[in-house]
Design a protein around this ligand. Structure first.
Ligand code: ZN
Length: 360
């Protein structure tokens, strides 16, 4: 009896969740700006954009949106239908939607099959047009994972993707039994195919590591731009390969500014700011500094100085948001950075220390 009650409670919670998700989408549609949403909910910008796409999709999928509002369909299943109908014109998408009144009874796999069938029914001649639209959104994405791993996700033409997958498996089959798992072999041949077995390093790796770690005095982790933290040994190894760029020691001897004398910071000052900040200074953004522009927090024309207190890196997205005046940015003398959104929320950040503090 107890278990039965718990199961009923679980179902109730599940239904509440679905209608809460519906509320979230309604709000996302109203707010519009994905940057504001990402900061508010502490979610990545990509996820905020996805929320908005889902919110917009509610208009062309009103039956499903209604099921979600009533707690009968969760966002994951809504997303399945959104994805499968996103390349249909809105009228045809509505036709698919109109036939999905029973969607609540289907799990996500059944729904995928059913929607696939309906899309072919309402748009029998549109397969090619839909494919061309989908190809436009091809991409390769990088997602860092724990323990020094990452996922490389490729969204490709299905035939080519299948060819790559079959080729990887065929290559992996030829490897000897040497204790590597099947997955490891697949990964190894994949890397060999893309980078070549000689693996010449043509992509520069920016590793930031304290001098003490480099000398083996501490085991503080290093940081690789676009990857994240790596353990001291790996950081030392990459630094030893010579394709590294910077070592942080301390501020001693570093220039801290040229005041109002010039707009463009001299190279040493730029280097210092880049080492100090190492990622875009907008809250939540981790774009490596190598892909950023050094920006005057207080514009040079309005009296801002060219010194370390007023300079910091912005990626192109955040630089644009600041330049067009939608978002305001301030940097105070203590290095605290304030990012003020159009809705009036303030987010404070400061540059993260690269090395652990010196022991007393
Ligand atoms: Zn940024």
């Amino acid at each position: 009896m107890g278990q039965r009650k718990i199961a009923e409670r679980m179902l109730e919670a599940w239904k509440r969740l679905a209608s809460v998700e519906f509320d979230l989408l309604c709000c996302a549609a109203e707010i519009g700006d994905p940057h504001e949403i990402a900061l508010l909910l502490r979610i990545p910008l990509g996820r905020a954009r996805r929320l908005q796409e889902q919110a917009v999709a509610m208009e062309r999928l009103p039956v499903l949106a209604g099921l979600m509002r009533d707690g009968l369909l969760d966002l994951d299943r809504f997303e399945v239908v959104r994805k499968l109908t996103e390349n249909l014109d809105p009228v045809k998408a509505r036709r698919v939607d109109a036939r999905l009144t029973g969607a609540a009874e289907l799990n996500s796999r059944e729904l995928k099959v059913e929607v696939g069938r309906l899309v072919c029914l309402v748009d029998p001649s549109g397969a090619e047009v839909r494919h061309v639209k989908a190809v436009k959104r091809s991409e390769v994405r990088y997602r860092s994972m724990p323990d020094g791993m990452a996922e490389l996700i490729a969204y490709l033409d299905a035939v080519e993707a299948r060819r790559i997958f079959d080729q990887v498996n065929a290559d992996a089959e030829t490897l000897p039994e040497d204790g590597r798992s099947w997955g490891e072999k697949q990964a190894d041949v994949f890397v060999d195919r893309v980078l070549g077995s000689g693996r010449p390093v043509t992509v520069r790796t920016d590793v930031t590591v304290s001098a003490r770690t480099l000398l083996g005095l501490t085991t503080d982790p290093g940081y690789i731009a676009g990857v994240g933290y790596v353990d001291a040994n790996l950081a030392r190894e990459i630094a030893a390969q010579g394709d590294w760029r910077k070592v942080l020691t301390d501020k001693v001897g570093m220039p801290i500014g040229v005041g109002r004398k010039r707009y463009r910071p001299p190279k040493a000052l730029r280097d210092f700011v880049m080492v100090r900040d190492w990622v875009c200074q907008a809250p939540g953004c981790l774009r490596p500094v190598a892909e950023c522009e050094i920006d005057h927090a207080r514009g040079f024309a309005s009296g801002g100085a060219t010194d370390e207190r007023n300079l910091g890196p912005f990626c192109d997205v955040h630089h644009y948001l600041k330049t067009i005046g939608r978002y305001r940015f301030e940097r105070d003398a203590d290095g605290i950075r304030r990012w003020i959104t159009p809705l009036g929320f303030e987010y404070e950040t400061r540059a993260k220390a690269i090395a652990e503090p010196d022991p007393p």
